[in-house]
Write a protein that binds this ligand. Sequence first.
Ligand code: BYC
Length: 328
Amino acid sequence: MYGNTSLTEEEAKRLNLTEEDPIKLAEFEDRITRGEKIEPGDWMPKEYRKQLLRMIEQHAHSEIVGALPEGTWITRAPNFRRKLALIAKVQDEIGHGQLLYSAAETLGKTREQMLEDLLNGKSKYSNVFNYPALTWADVAVIGFLVDGAAIVNQVINSKGSYGPYCRALERICYEESFHLKQGHDNVVYLATGTKHQRAILQDAINRWYRPLLHFFGPPDRNSQHSEKLMKWKVKLASNDDMRNQFLDQYVPKIWELDLTFPDPNLKKNDDGIWEFSDPDWDEFKRVINGGGPCNAERLEVRKYAEEAGRWVRNALMSKNEKYVMPMA
Ligand code: BYC
């Protein structure tokens, strides 16, 4: 029915593909199967474009909002060396936002529209950045565990099917790997420091544990978009697989330091699958829909940045000039 693809009519309906030209759709899916990259000028199903845009846009927003919790500690970093490293890291995160907005723009939505949708709440960003960074130990935990979680996700997604997103992710992963080293150094320093330093570190790990489990998205059985995204190789691992990889890599590193996670049921089974207590998926839903502890504050800061920076953009952009949209 749909060219060479094995889609049934029911699947086509579910995947929102009934309007697509079956021949073009079959060619597109063959390219994906062969592992070719899809580039901005190539034919793609509307649903592929829509899904990619949704995901890359959310990722871009996560980078610029994600710079805020750590950014609040730049003025209070404990010494000059840590301050320099933190300034550089926060600057890198904003740069990742730039790369990702450019990748998203290749799909036909302008950066201005994307930022407007962030500020009016239409577009999401990662749950983790709606929690406060209460102490310096939060900066260490974000640098080690949040960046660690992001690397797991991004290394996997960088092997995906859409060229501009993959190229942006490859570059981001190089920089994130360095962030991870400074996060690890910071965690080890606090873990081997005074009683107070260990105590604030343990407290930060306790508070970030649940948001970190949420970071990889809902359990596979409740994931709305995974089927399509995995079929088209935008996502190369499911939410549960990525979460498991993260636990496998990072739980032993925290346990090695004689620190704990606040979950008595956290353990690795013989089949390699990590088991954990229900991380309260209602909290996840609340947070991603605007009801987390810092959602309002994060958007206020972004609104202020938009308003305060408008004159700079106006000065740089001329109404009489035509600007090209990024193509790669
Ligand atoms: N937070 O069908 P599902 C960084 C939403 S920044 C918020 O499984 P999907 C860093 C999802 O959007 C890097 N919302 O979704 C920066 C959907 O809602 P909508 C951040 C989430 O797309 C600064 C609904 O739940 N990384 O590292 O198949 C400093 C159903 O979910 C979340 C990325 O952005 C979440 N965690 O899979 C330090 C990764 N999870 O859109 C560090 C890119 C799910 O229908 N994104 N939702 O309203 C992805 O890889 C995928 O989108 C996900 C979710 C694996 C997260």
